[in-house]
Design a protein around this ligand. Sequence first.
Ligand SMILES: [Ca+2]
Ligand SMILES: [Ca+2]
Ligand SMILES: [Ca+2]
Ligand SMILES: [Ca+2]
Length: 594
Amino acid sequence: MRMWWACLLGLALSALSQAQPMFSVTTDTVLPPDALHNPTQRNYGMAVTDVDGDGDLEVVVAGYNGPNLVLKYDRTQNKLVNIAVDDPGSPYYALRDPLGNAIGVSACDVDGDGREEIYFLNTNNAFSGRATYADKLFKYRNGRFEDLLGDDINVRRGVANRMAGRSVACVDRKGTGRYSIYVANYASGNVGPHALIEMDQAASDVEKGVIALTDVAPQVNVNKYTGGRGVVVGPILSDTWSDIFCDNENGPNFLFKNNGDGTFTDVAAEAGVEDRYQHGRGVALADFNGDGKTDIVYGNWNGPHRLYLQDVQQRFKDVATQAFATPSPIRTVIAADFDNDLQLEVFFNNIAYQGNAPNRVFRVSRKQNSDPEITELDVGDASEPQGRGTGATVTDFDGDGLLDLLVAHGESASQPISVFKVNQGSSNKWLRVVPRTRFGSFARGAKVVMFTKHSGAHTRIIDGGSGYLCEMEPVAHFGLGTDEATSIEVFWPDGRSIARPLESTDMNTVIEVAYPNEGEESALTSDTQREPEYFQLDIECHHLIKSELCCQMSDTEPVIQRTQPQMQNLQSLLQNLSCSAIETEHLYCYSSHF
Ligand SMILES: [Ca+2]
Ligand SMILES: [Ca+2]
Ligand SMILES: [Ca+2]
Ligand SMILES: [Ca+2]
């Protein structure tokens, strides 16, 4: 009987989603084409960061045959305005860098001063190998943004990347809160290996603004030669350490597992994600089936798009449906819950370089005891069949709790940026979580788990670069539908974690989570030495015994003793429960063995 109702409900919901398209264009009101704010030019990547340090997020756009843009939301006008104006007195003037021919862009705190630097990958007209104009890494210093790679100390070190490349992404490879910039160069033979640029602490004086940079790619084993395309960073195989996945062109993909000391080992072959005959583009990380293991979604250029679920042996299985996999001239891939209904969507941005190439959106719905169900939705105005899509990003710039989508165009034609709002789910609940590094900057690469009353655990990774040439907002955005979150837990790349119980009044809010102070945190040490941790959890359905976990109801304080892998077991356990008796009870759980 229950099954029938579920089916009917499913039909009703899918009928509804057919009835109303996902996206409506808002460009004409929010960012009308305009020589200053939205020039008709060739753009590529987009990154979301707090450029002006006021706590609100801006969108940085890589301009290829024109200036880079910094789009800030002006609440009084309900408009995005470009604050990187053509005035040498502006603090953002240098960011424009119109000669740079930028394509990739990402932001993160390289020097640990609490503010994100902005890296532009400038590729000029070079397709591969050597380029004629170096990349730039901008830091807010002396009251304005200045290029660190152009500083004498870094010119002497010869560290500036002068290679043609594509994506850039941020990696906190040692869990220090200081980020390295992964540069996916496009090699020509043995010219242009992948680079990893970071601050050389011994040679730097952050207080004085002296930031010496160095390329550590050779020391940490990522200096490979390939046709670099997409890059994504996060705890993919590791529990918390940042790993790196690269989907490459004309060669196998890389899956760099963090060895726990900031060096990497490529395990793409063992993991089954080499995909060596396809040409990768946009890529994103998400936990699509809710088992706590990070999955990978990416597009292949005119080849089959992949939705790789990770299994318990750290191998990946492609569960893309035929419709999802259908080859297209793909660029950006974004995984997010656009309509706040608890289920993730995947947005495909295509470039119309030969005839129409409409963008698409799919819902990837979690299922009990099976792979997720993939359904194509009506993408609405975001279809843009003639759009020369090159980049895209998401952020909630107007603060209504629904994500906004921005799409950049370029390469083969000059087109302005498009902005879209989501039509569906405005009555759904949501939660946005912003973890911070020990320096107070955005904790890119951190993992955020949200526990709910009815739908188990949901995981997000704070983006350090993804999509293709792009970087998403540094926020864990969760839709809740009619459900409620009961707690969140944040895991930083170094293994520290903190759990926070939530109240009903916390729904529909943005929650800042500071890096834990000494004694406040729960540190994961190593695989063999884990301290038990205590964690509060209210759930509404429960089973008592399951292999490694032994749970029993208790009148005592709601406490679960757990370590992280057990927590993930618990997540999948809760995910797979059939809720016969629904009542709110506290669980007392402890590990029977570990
Ligand atoms: Ca801001
Ligand atoms: Ca900084
Ligand atoms: Ca998963
Ligand atoms: Ca959704």
